[in-house]
Design a protein. Structure first.
Length: 156
């Protein structure tokens, strides 16, 4: 059970209150939600995007998939999925594929899907495949304050 050091320091500095939830090893956000008996709508996943020579993080529910065409409508055509090498470099203190749904501490702008913003509480990866963070809506809203929002996902 580990929280990525970059994430842990950032949450402490921002005085974000959260609960640590250990769970069995799972390699996908959908399996994590199932293993933890939480609705996939409340598990925030981060998808790393390449845009205009930089990177950003799209935050959406685990129960949804990214609609890249919708994101391109609002952000421009130069938005692409980052590859695994880029993601590993950006999230170097996280286990491969366990991207927390927090961008600022990793130097990334974020865009938040409206469907995750509507949830009363949020769970997210802590940086490994065995730990979730759980926080209330108000705490998550503080992490995503001033970020653009939109509808760019659809239920799986």
């Amino acid at each position: 059970m580990t929280i990525a050091p970059t994430l842990q320091k950032y949450l402490a500095a921002e005085n974000i209150q959260y609960e640590v939830i250990p769970h069995e090893l799972s390699m996908t956000s959908t399996r994590t939600a199932e293993a933890c008996h939480i609705p996939g709508d409340r598990l925030a996943k981060g998808i790393v995007l390449r845009r205009d020579g930089g990177y950003m993080l799209a935050i959406l529910p685990a129960s949804h998939h990214l609609r890249l065409a919708d994101l391109r409508t609002s952000l421009g055509d130069n938005v692409h999925m980052a590859d695994e090498t880029e993601i590993n470099r950006l999230f170097s203190d996280c286990t491969h594929g366990a991207v927390p749904a927090v961008g600022k501490c990793y130097g990334l702008d974020i865009i938040v899907d409206d469907s995750i913003e509507a949830q009363p509480d949020i769970y997210m990866e802590a940086g490994d495949h065995k730990t979730l963070l759980h926080m209330g809506h108000a705490q998550f809203s503080r992490l995503t304050a001033n970020a653009p929002h939109g509808r760019f996902s659809a239920r799986d």
